[in-house]
Design a protein around this ligand. Structure first.
Ligand code: KIV
Ligand code: ZN
Length: 512
């Protein structure tokens, strides 16, 4: 029978610990709610003794969470345990997570104690924690480098004293997968009362093996995995839970286990965490990276069009994404271009695929990625057609002083006609221009992203602006280079508005 793997998330404790500045309570609640909605089994909400802010945030999280068990960290110190229990006291059920270093290195050089003293500290603190809850987890910090005889000994004592979950952290991410699974197997084979507790693992990623070590621990009998969504945590981070969850789902037959996690919420949760914690997710990050479900080369694109399983072992829907993405670049083949044209509503009867593909390759070499509106333009609009530029800037005036609102005045050609707009804003030039152009053109776009870079040409610096906008579910992307930042921004937006306008005209004429 398949066995359940308990998923323990420490984004709000180990993850938060690694950020440049601590998170605000409202943001911690947002993250906790997302984790709760994913049905994470245990949420480690904080380390309440560490600061009044952390204490308060654990209290607030307790008020908001419906499904997950809330847990707080405490050293083997009376005050730590009391404060952790107090922070969660409104809950009927909660977990206290105690820890102490068990490796020779930690015991001697960090704690300045001996092994017997560590055992005593552990037993005393378990007794105190038991007054508040029967759900006690105990971590043998630096277990990965702890002498195995001593690890077996202390684990036996912890269980004898009533600990329900024994956590085996690879605190410094040092072990190799087969070494780590040996540690877990040793505990199962040598600790006589091991059947009375759940073995958990908590792996750090210093050598990039946190997920691999966690999975090998599952294969040796661990039944709780600790980590964080996106993998944030001390130094190189913790095991990325989204990877663990999807490995368990994708390789369930081999691993013979399951989780209760709502995996369709993975992507959404990772977005919330990356936004709040201000960490960008690398394009090639497993599961949640932008490229994880997008195909670039012509051979791969052709393969997935024929049968997505040719190049996909999971579906994007599994993590809450809509569908696979074919990145249209110069490496794409004709099949991908034809497929995209079909998806955006054009039948091959309306255009010439051979000609379109030739133009596509030329533009892709210059532009990099090709968007839907580019395809429409290549397929349907003749080069040098003056009608391509409907909007054109006639005049732009901006006046701002430190204390007053910014005044923006724009005159814009609409074909041969000229329209003008004047606005005042407290939000600065960029926001003001964006607002004014939306208002005057009545094109209700959404500015998704813009990036500013400097480019040096000879002695001069130029501003290179890249803008991504969304209009009626379609992406529009433009770049512009100008010595003046504001002008670069205005011109890029106007290019996008022209592309939207063209796309509308084409749609009227050619859509099947
Ligand atoms: O990495 C570690 O050992 C920890 C413990 C407190 C569980 O974070
Ligand atoms: Zn840790």
């Amino acid at each position: 029978m398949k066995e359940k793997i308990i998923i323990f998330d420490t984004t709000l404790r180990d993850g938060e610990q690694s950020l440049q500045s601590s998170l605000q309570i409202k943001d911690k609640i947002k993250i906790a709610l997302a984790l709760d909605a994913m049905k994470i089994d245990i949420i480690e909400a904080g380390f309440p003794i560490s600061s009044p802010g952390d204490f308060k945030s654990v209290q607030e999280i307790c008020k908001n969470i419906k499904y997950s068990t809330i847990c707080s960290l405490a050293r083997c110190v009376k005050k730590d345990i009391q404060v952790a229990a107090k922070a969660m006291s409104k809950l009927e059920h909660f977990r206290i997570h105690l820890f102490v270093g068990t490796s020779k290195l930690h015991i001697e050089s960090k704690l300045k104690k001996n092994f017997e003293e560590i055992q005593d500290m552990a037993i005393k603190s378990i007794k105190i924690a038991k007054k508040y809850t029967d759900d006690i987890e105990f971590s043998c910090e630096d277990a990965g480098r702890t002498n195995i005889d001593e690890l077996c000994k202390i684990v036996e004592i912890l269980i004898k004293n009533g600990v329900k979950t024994i956590n085996i952290p690879d605190t410094v991410g040092y072990t190799l997968p087969n070494e780590f699974s040996q540690i877990i197997s040793n505990l199962y084979n040598r600790v006589p009362n091991i059947d009375q507790a759940i073995i958990s693992v908590h792996c750090h990623n210093d050598l990039g093996m946190a997920v691999g070590n966690s999975i090998s621990a599952i294969q040796s009998g661990a039944r709780q995995i600790e980590g964080t969504i996106t993998g944030i945590g001390e130094r190189a981070g913790n095991a990325a839970l989204e990877e663990i969850i999807m490995i368990i789902k994708t390789r369930k037959k081999l691993l013979n286990c399951f989780t209760n996690i709502k995996h369709k919420k993975i992507y959404h949760t990772s977005k919330i965490i990356s936004k709040i914690c201000n960490i960008s997710i690398p394009l090639n990050k497993s599961i949640i990276g932008k490229n994880s479900f997008s195909h670039s080369s012509g051979i791969h694109q052709d393969g997935v069009i024929k049968n997505r399983k040719n190049y996909e072992i999971m579906s994007p829907q599994d993590i809450g994404l809509k569908k696979i993405q074919l990145n249209l670049t110069s490496r794409s083949g004709r099949a991908a271009v034809k497929q995209r044209m079909k998806e955006i509503g054009y039948s091959e009867k309306n255009y010439n695929l051979k000609k379109l593909y030739k133009k596509f390759l030329k533009l892709a070499d210059k532009k990099g990625q090709i968007f839907d509106y580019d395809l429409e333009e290549l397929a349907f609009i003749k080069k040098n057609n003056k009608k391509n530029k409907y909007f054109k800037l006639k005049n732009l005036k901006i006046s701002s002083t430190v204390s007053k609102k910014t005044k923006i005045f724009i005159k814009l050609y609409f074909g041969k006609k000229i329209k003008k707009i004047k606005i005042k804003t407290k939000n600065g030039q960029i926001n003001g221009i964006y607002k004014a152009l939306k208002k005057i053109t009545k094109i209700n776009v959404l500015l998704k992203n813009f990036q500013i870079n400097s480019v040096r040409k000879g002695k001069n610096y130029f501003t290179k602006i890249k803008i991504l906008m969304k209009y009626k579910n379609k992406k529009f992307y433009e770049t512009n280079l100008n010595k003046d930042l504001t002008k670069a921004f205005v011109q890029a937006i106007i290019k996008i508005f022209n592309n939207i306008w063209k796309s509308k005209q084409i749609k009227k004429l050619y859509k099947k």
